[in-house]
Design a binder for this molecule. Structure first.
Ligand code: UD1
Length: 429
């Protein structure tokens, strides 16, 4: 297994180009199954989660080629409707093949995804949506079995849960609804840009959809969809991660191929923190001239502050003089990075789903353990400003979701590299 090794203290200067959005690519890859024709998906990031989804599409009966960030997917006439445990258990987003399977085959079996380190992650809203379209749902031997006894029919579906709407439930139900008979309205739909991107692709396939990007999506079912070509939007979470990194080190970084309209919450918080943020239509420049100021952040569904940027923002706050408060409203347990940041000298206290961050003058490099994808990114960017050497272990988390992170940081002057672990479990010795 690899580890990332960082020598802190370098300011970042230069430009970084973003990759395509993982969270857009994964449901769109699932949506390719809705047609028997080939789809070509461009700007797909080269990540472990994408490789997992490729394996899943192949297991379901699609021919898939992935060349230079372009995916060619040709689904079989008859799909194998079972998504096996070994793939689903490594990536929750696998669950979003259920909508396409149900819509095309009238039947789908997907291993029930378990909880994960960021907390319980139920799929009740996905299932409620399928039931509203007329599917019968059963849980059998750890699998969700969804069956359409007759052709599915449009309906009124409310997707609000205890923590707001659900991104993948909206994607899943939308993908099923495009092929059912009649009209479907999704109320309290997720408004994330990745849902809009999915709707744009589905429309190119011939789907009839209105209202994506708002909490009310209307779909008029069609009987057949064609293959299509689509370019994935850039990754706003990757973008926010580099914005936080640049703000922390205090250099001058231009982030290219970014959509500033999807970064408004992050831009707002950075400006409040005293960071200089200049934007054009497709770039954001981050500089810092004055000391950072504390800010309070509450994670919320889009367009609120993204939970996927909470850990990176906490790393920034950890070296911001004064007290900042982070309230986590999407995943109340998503604080595994707190103890690791504290091992680097941060002073962060947890009070339920709130983190109270007392800014320290400096962090000190330490061996730390990545617990999940975004937590890993936070530890890496903390390492960029920490005194001495930081080693981030268990980087397979990072490889799930960041395309060439260390190369991109290296290109703007960070002292960062990837090394092989000397022996497994050395962190515990
Ligand atoms: C997606 C993102 C993930 C991000 C999350 C929230 C992908 C591949 N992943 O995950 O990176 O952190 O959105 O922005 O796009 N919930 C229920 N019942 C359900 C589904 C969800 O109660 O059936 C709850 C969840 O536990 C959570 C909240 O709703 O508290 C939001 O989760 P959701 O939007 O579903 O996250 P994902 O779509 O799985």
């Amino acid at each position: 297994m690899d580890k990332i090794v960082i020598s802190g203290g370098k300011k970042l200067y230069g430009s970084i180009s973003l990759s395509g959005a993982k969270n857009s690519a994964l449901p769109i890859m699932a949506a390719t199954l809705l047609s028997k024709e080939e789809s070509i998906i461009e700007n797909v990031p080269d990540l472990r989660d994408i490789q997992t989804m490729i394996k899943l599409l192949q297991a379901l009966g699609a021919e898939v080629r992935f060349q230079r960030h372009t995916l060619f997917v040709k689904p079989a006439k008859d799909l194998c409707p079972k998504a096996p445990y070994d793939l689903v258990s490594t990536m929750r987003a696998s669950v979003c093949v259920l909508g396409p399977l149900l819509a095309r085959m009238g039947y789908g079996e997907v291993s029930m995804p378990g909880g994960c380190v960021i907390g319980a992650r139920p799929i009740d809203l996905h299932l409620k949506g399928f039931e509203a379209l007329g599917a019968e749902i059963k849980i059998r031997h750890g699998y969700v079995v969804a069956r359409a006894k007759k052709r599915l029919k449009g309906g009124e579906i409310y997707l609000g849960g205890a923590f707001g709407s659900s991104v993948l439930a909206t994607a899943n139900v939308l993908m099923a609804a495009v092929l059912v008979r009649g009209k479907t309205t999704i109320h309290c739909a997720a408004c994330e840009p990745e849902i809009t991107d999915l709707a744009v692709y589905l429309r190119k396939m011939g789907a009839k959809i209105r209202g994506e990007g708002s909490p009310r999506i209307e779909i008029e079912g069609v009987s057949k969809l064609r293959g299509s070509r689509h370019r994935i939007i850039s990754d706003r979470i990757e973008g926010g991660t580099y914005m936080a990194a640049a703000a922390m080190t205090g250099g001058d970084v231009l982030i290219r191929q970014i959509a500033p309209e999807y970064q408004t919450a992050m831009i707002d918080k950075l400006k409040q923190a005293g960071v200089l943020v200049d934007q054009t239509k497709s770039s954001i420049r981050i500089r810092r001239r004055k000391p950072l100021k504390p800010v309070d952040v509450t994670t919320l569904p889009y367009p609120g502050f993204a939970t996927d940027l909470q850990a990176q923002m906490m790393a920034l706050m950890s070296i911001t003089p004064g007290i900042s408060v982070i309230s986590e409203k999407i995943y109340p347990d998503r604080f595994m990075h707190v103890s690791e940041l504290n091992r680097m000298g941060a002073k962060i206290y947890l009070e339920g789903a709130r983190a109270i961050v007392h800014g320290v003058k400096r962090l000190s490099g330490a061996p730390v353990m990545a617990s999940d994808l975004r937590a890993s990114a936070a530890l890496v960017i903390a390492g960029l400003v920490a005194e001495g050497k930081t080693e981030v272990h268990r980087v397979y988390h990072l490889d799930r979701g960041y395309d060439r992170l260390e190369n991109k940081l290296l290109s703007v002057g960070a002292e960062i590299g990837r090394e092989k672990e000397e022996k497994q479990g050395s962190m515990n010795n």
